[in-house]
Design a binder for this molecule. Structure first.
Ligand code: UT7
Length: 323
């Protein structure tokens, strides 16, 4: 008997305010055409004033719990993947725990920027397969609108706010690639590339700072590294590209998503794409895409999924799971 971490429920939350590309044309030397053609983004959501990441995360958590048919007392732990927690501390995860009314269990944040949800899933999987937890709520939530430099057209048009969540549950499998649940994970980072994508503030500067990105360089690394990590995780699971029903990629740029699918020899019919509606929501983008993919009827029980992401650090990785 093999213990597998299986997705029992999924949900998401997007703030009410939708901002189309055209809104940036009033204040920046940019155009809807440039943003669409270079990134695939058409609109994004921005959180309301005073609405923090933990609020978005709590709403996504409630949606995932409801989808799973479970309540907060059924959960052993909460992991929130975020780089935009409300405060330096305590963690967004403990704020979610309190909002959900949970008085037991554990809660902590994982910070691996856009790869955060992949890192969080990998941690939750380790807790479950080692018998330390039965059910873990894994959330990706961000308010990147709080760290934009609104005068920098090369970054501020790309990001959005949102949250997605899954409930992972210990279930028995046979130890084969046909099992439901997480089948393999693959994590990497390389801190030599810290200057390609970072926030120029924090404890060191005593202010929050703004996101800075060398977009072209990050693009180059993404195209090279994402297909490689996805294929490495598939190989660890004893599977290949042909076995994949859905790539659920980090939603940063449609051109990166297409290039990765092409490298893996898969048509865009096998890719869940939400970047046009959400922009880049960093650690929230994969759970948002999972939830929307299920809502659209794309992802069905038994499908083989590969998720992959890269972001600041650089940190990147992938998770192979059967839905
Ligand atoms: O989630 C974390 C991982 N992040 C990513 O994966 C992002 C990776 N990078 C990208 O997605 C792309 O590099 C961008 C979408 C950021 C940029 O696309 P690009 O094709 O690499 O454009 P570029 O940076 O080479 O810029 C091309 C031109 C430049 O003008 P010049 O120097 O050719 O005259 C920019 O100044 O486009 C200009 N530009 C803009 N023009 C209109 C940059 N931003 C804008 C803008 N509107 N918003």
């Amino acid at each position: 008997m093999t213990i597998r971490a299986v997705v029992r429920g999924v949900g998401h939350y997007l703030p009410d305010r939708v901002v189309p590309n055209s809104e940036f044309e009033a204040t920046l030397d940019t155009s809807d055409e440039w943003i669409r053609s270079r990134s695939g983004i058409e609109r994004r959501h921005f959180a309301a004033e005073g609405q923090g990441t933990s609020d978005l995360a709590t709403r996504a958590a409630r949606a995932a719990l409801s989808h799973a048919g479970l309540g907060p007392s059924d959960i052993d732990g909460i992991i929130v993947a975020t780089s935009t927690a409300d405060l330096t501390f305590p963690s967004a995860a403990t704020m979610v725990q309190a909002e959900l009314g949970m008085e037991t269990g554990f809660a902590f944040d994982v910070q691996a920027v856009c790869a955060g949800f992949i890192y969080a899933l990998t941690n939750a999987n380790a807790l479950i397969v080692s018998g330390q937890a039965q059910r873990v709520l894994v959330i990706g939530a961000e308010t990147f609108s709080r760290i934009m430099d609104w005068s920098d057209r090369s970054t501020c048009v790309l990001f959005g706010d949102g949250a997605g969540a899954v409930v992972l549950e210990a279930q028995e499998g046979k130890g084969t690639p046909q099992d439901r649940g997480i089948l393999a994970t693959d994590l990497h980072s390389d801190g030599r590339y810290r200057d390609l994508l970072y926030v120029d503030g924090g404890v060191a500067t005593q202010n929050t700072g703004h996101l800075r990105m060398q977009g072209k360089e990050v693009f180059r690394h993404a195209v090279e590294k994402l297909a490689a990590t996805a294929e490495a995780a598939l190989a660890k699971a004893g599977l290949g590209d042909d076995d994949v029903d859905w790539i659920v990629p980090h939603q940063a740029n449609l051109r990166i998503i297409k290039a990765t699918a092409q490298k893996m020899g898969l048509s865009m019919d096998h890719v869940v794409v939400t970047v046009q509606d959400h922009g880049n929501t960093s650690a929230a983008s994969i759970p948002l895409a999972l939830s929307v993919g299920v809502e659209r009827g794309q992802i069905k029980q038994g499908d083989l999924l590969v998720t992959e992401a890269i972001g600041g650090g650089l940190a990147w990785g992938s998770v192979v799971l059967r839905w």
